[in-house]
Design a protein around this ligand. Structure first.
Ligand code: FDA
Length: 306
């Protein structure tokens, strides 16, 4: 119930002003968001890579209805990629892109604009020797996102995809994507989805996650195990069997279980941290609150006591 309410609020303006304009919330927000600008993003990258972890950076923003805003987001990624190269981080840092931030949800020609904008980011990433992964948003965009992924992979075969185990279709998507060279980030899914397309019970989502892991680990692609769940991490390690440690990786979100991130990296595994930055943090932040009731209590307490 609380999860549904928070996820509904994450897509509406109802409490956005309150959450965003309350300066007291900032320390709570900063647990999950590296900072407002590219300087903060590069500085956080430096800190994370210093202890052996890898990074994927997200310039926050989604559901853009304005073509100029979509172009500004592309420019922000190009600037980020230049800065990562200057700082010498491109061996360990890639970028994650939400297609709805670069045009997918524009009222006309959205898919075409998103494809061209994503292509510009891929050209820049390729030029500095790093990769791009396309985030996955709500189920109404899944076909479009996988279609754009296919188009991008013709020229940039290293572009990664995200799939969500809460969607009933995802096991089949994993089969389709588990081919040589295919980078696939498997997560549980963070949006409010109807029962017609998504498992509603946490146990079903977890069982689907395991089935998807089995497909990806048995396939020829590069599985990216994106979860904080100790049980899923254990299953992934078991299923990896005699795969070499550089043929798959673990991923977690910035601010969540950082000690576990370091432990997994120190044990000789590749661990990548998803680092979001920028001013458009509202939707991302609300999804993090929705994932864990304790975060809501922490957030509300900070309003009262800070
Ligand atoms: P689960 O929710 O079962 O949590 C397991 C444990 O992890 C919890 O018991 C708690 O200890 C800890 N935990 C989880 N969430 C927490 C939080 N917010 N705060 C504090 N502790 C928390 N989703 C999506 O729909 N599209 C996408 O593109 C992505 N991309 C993405 C990239 C990466 C690298 C990660 C790690 C995750 C995503 N997600 C995502 C989010 C994902 O779908 C999911 O909502 C979260 O990862 C939480 O699910 P877990 O697998 O961690 O399990």
């Amino acid at each position: 119930m609380l999860r549904s309410t928070l996820l509904a609020a994450s897509r509406s303006g109802a409490i956005r002003g309150l959450v965003e304009r309350t300066p007291l919330t900032r320390p709570v927000v900063r647990r999950f968001i590296s900072g407002d600008d590219v300087d903060a993003a590069v500085a956080t990258t430096g800190e994370v890579v210093a202890d052996g972890r890898h990074v994927t950076l997200d310039h926050l923003g989604e559901d853009t209805r304005d073509a100029a805003q979509a172009t500004a987001t592309v420019e922000a990624y190009l600037d980020l990629l230049r800065r990562l190269e200057l700082a010498g981080h491109t061996g360990r840092a890639e970028v994650s892109v939400k297609l709805s931030a670069v045009g997918q949800t524009l009222p006309s020609d959205g898919e075409k604009i998103a494809l061209e904008n994503a292509r510009r980011i891929c050209v820049a990433a390729g030029a500095v020797g790093t990769t791009v992964t396309l985030d996955m948003e709500d189920h109404t965009t899944t076909n479009s996102t996988l279609g754009i992924l296919g188009e991008l992979r013709v020229d940039f075969p290293w572009v990664g995809a995200v799939v969500q185990s809460y969607l009933k279709r995802t096991e089949q998507d994993c089969r389709d994507l588990a081919h040589a060279g295919s980078r696939v980030r498997l997560c549980k899914g963070a949006y409010k989805e109807p029962a017609s397309v998504a498992f509603q019970d946490k146990g079903d989502v977890d069982r689907s996650y395991v089935r998807c892991l089995k497909v990806l680990m048995a396939g020829e692609g590069y599985p990216m195990v994106a979860t904080h769940d100790p049980r899923m991490i254990k299953v992934a390690g078991d299923l990896a069997g005699d795969r070499s440690p550089d043929s798959y990786e673990y991923q977690m979100l910035y601010g969540i279980r950082p000690d576990e991130q370091r432990r997994i990296a120190a044990a000789g595994n590749r661990m990548r941290v998803y680092v979001p930055y920028g001013n458009e943090w509202y939707g991302y932040f609300m999804r993090r609150l929705a994932e864990r009731p304790a975060n809501v209590a922490f957030f509300l307490r900070s309003l009262i006591t800070t």
